[in-house]
Design a protein around this ligand. Structure first.
Ligand SMILES: Nc1nc2c(ncn2[C@@H]2O[C@H](COP(=O)(O)OP(=O)(O)OP(=O)(O)O)[C@@H](O)[C@H]2O)c(=O)[nH]1
Ligand SMILES: [Zn+2]
Length: 429
């Protein structure tokens, strides 16, 4: 469950419940709050979360609404809805303002109104000439991903390369499980198909389809498969995810030529690197729809309720839809009359991830025990280890010192597999 979801209580609604716990990806947690059943039942547009409930705009005033496409420091770039700036002020102007740089009303902060990329917002007192405004209200979210922080995403496009880097089915499974855990629709995109034979491609496609995924194939240099991807993305807000180097930036560039993400360019990569991993930006697709680039999403690690894990495997979901295990709390290992256990390719992956999920849950329990002198650390590879708790003072001193070292020294000190916490403490994450 996300920590910073909008506060529905303030809107006189029952709290939004997430039916799925979140999974943590090293560097990224995708979790999703489900839309409020109340607003669904009403079948009406969600009410904005207002900073000034006492001062509703006069009904003849056109409300300026839009979508937050980028957040930097305390500024929000709001892409305006079609027709949102048709106020009397703009009549006669030839050039229409399509986005405004906005601040957030202090009152909105007080009532806990967090503003994220993807949020649908109301802009108050727009200054059309100066391109400025202030966000006065945030609409209820239909979904929320925490790391990277994106509101209202409707699907995830998981990009993998068939070669360079070669496709690792276990890594793909981890990413896919992570994506599935958000409850959002997940589609796979196999990129760089120009690097393999048609037979190899067919092998992968058939295999991934047998796991239950929708598979799109692409080659950026050959401009293959792009139309099908465009259709998949049209009118949706899509978060693109996948390991480093599979061609996510190349794909975004191919779909939105004006973006120019400097593919494979070292300085570009550094600019998008660790220091900006939390920086998410939405790009508008020429045919409608928004695309979220999610830099840094490349080291999935499991953090989910062991009992929920099975639901993140489409092929296991299918088995559960067709039958029922004898025990309602079946973990599908060696329980009698289990409908999940059996002859399906990823069953061993399931068992392994289940062990990890159980270990993680137990470790979290242990960690919350104040008597414990051990703390669980997650390595960048996804591995988890117990380490003695460090005294925070000493730890901080180390961080300051290493700030003056070169990057190489830093890596030498941390080893090849530093934990997320180490990196975080050093401001490298
Ligand atoms: N042969 C081939 N190369 C590709 C294709 N797509 C991308 N590449 C190359 O793969 C390399 C990595 O591409 P990027 O787009 O930077 O990959 P990325 O997924 O954005 O990587 P990160 O930014 O590290 O997450 C670049 O050299 C691209 O030119 C493709 O379809 N075929
Ligand atoms: Zn079972």
């Amino acid at each position: 469950m996300s920590e910073n979801r909008p506060d529905p209580v303030k809107e006189g609604r029952s709290p939004v419940q997430s039916d799925r716990p979140s999974l943590t990806t090293q560097g990224v947690t995708l979790s999703r709050s489900n839309p409020s059943p109340v607003s669904e039942a009403r079948g009406t547009a969600a009410k904005p979360h207002r900073a000034r409930e006492d001062r509703e705009p006069p009904t003849d005033e056109i409300e300026v609404t839009g979508t937050v496409v980028a957040v930097q420091a305390n500024y929000y770039k709001v892409q305006l809805d079609e027709g949102a700036n048709a106020t009397p002020d703009t009549q006669g102007e030839t050039e229409r303002t399509t986005s405004l740089l906005c601040t957030r009303r202090a009152r909105l902060k007080k009532i806990g109104g967090q503003v994220m990329v993807g949020d649908r917002v109301v802009v108050e007192e727009p200054d059309w000439a100066g391109g400025r405004g202030a966000i006065s209200a945030v609409f209820e979210r239909s979904s929320q991903l925490d790391r990277p922080p994106i509101a209202n995403a409707s699907q995830i496009l998981l990009v993998f390369a068939v070669e360079e880097p070669s496709l690792d089915p276990h890594q793909l499974t981890r990413f896919a499980i992570e994506a599935e855990s958000t409850g959002l629709k997940t589609t796979l995109c196999l990129n760089k198909i120009d690097l393999v034979s048609p037979e190899t491609l067919e092998h992968w496609r058939d295999r991934l389809q047998a796991w239950g995924y929708t598979v799109l194939c692409a080659s950026i240099p050959r401009r293959e498969g792009l139309d099908a991807i465009r259709r998949q993305l049209q009118g949706e807000m899509t978060a693109i995810a996948g390991p480093s180097g599979v061609g996510k930036s190349s794909l975004i560039d191919a779909l939105i030529p004006s973006v120019n993400l400097r593919v494979g360019d070292v300085s570009g990569k550094l600019a998008r690197g660790r220091h900006t991993t939390r920086h998410v930006e939405l790009f508008e697709l020429p045919d409608g729809g928004l695309l979220a680039d999610t830099p840094g999403f490349n080291r999935p690690q499991l953090d989910c309720d062991p009992a929920e894990l099975v639901r993140y495997f489409p092929e296991a979901r299918d088995r559960l839809a067709r039958g029922q295990c004898q025990f309602s709390d079946c973990l599908h290992r060696d329980e009698p009359n289990c409908v999940v256990r059996g002859d399906w390719e990823r069953y061993e992956d399931y068992l392994q991830l289940l062990e990890e999920a159980i270990a993680y849950r137990d470790a979290k329990k242990q960690q919350s025990d104040p008597e414990s002198t051990l703390k669980l650390k997650t390595k960048r590879s996804g591995r988890q280890e117990y380490e003695p708790k460090l005294e925070s003072k000493k730890y901080r001193r180390t961080s300051r010192r290493v700030q003056h070292q070169t990057l190489q020294d830093l890596y030498n000190e941390l080893g090849d597999d530093p934990s997320e916490e180490d990196l975080e403490a050093l401001g490298l994450n």
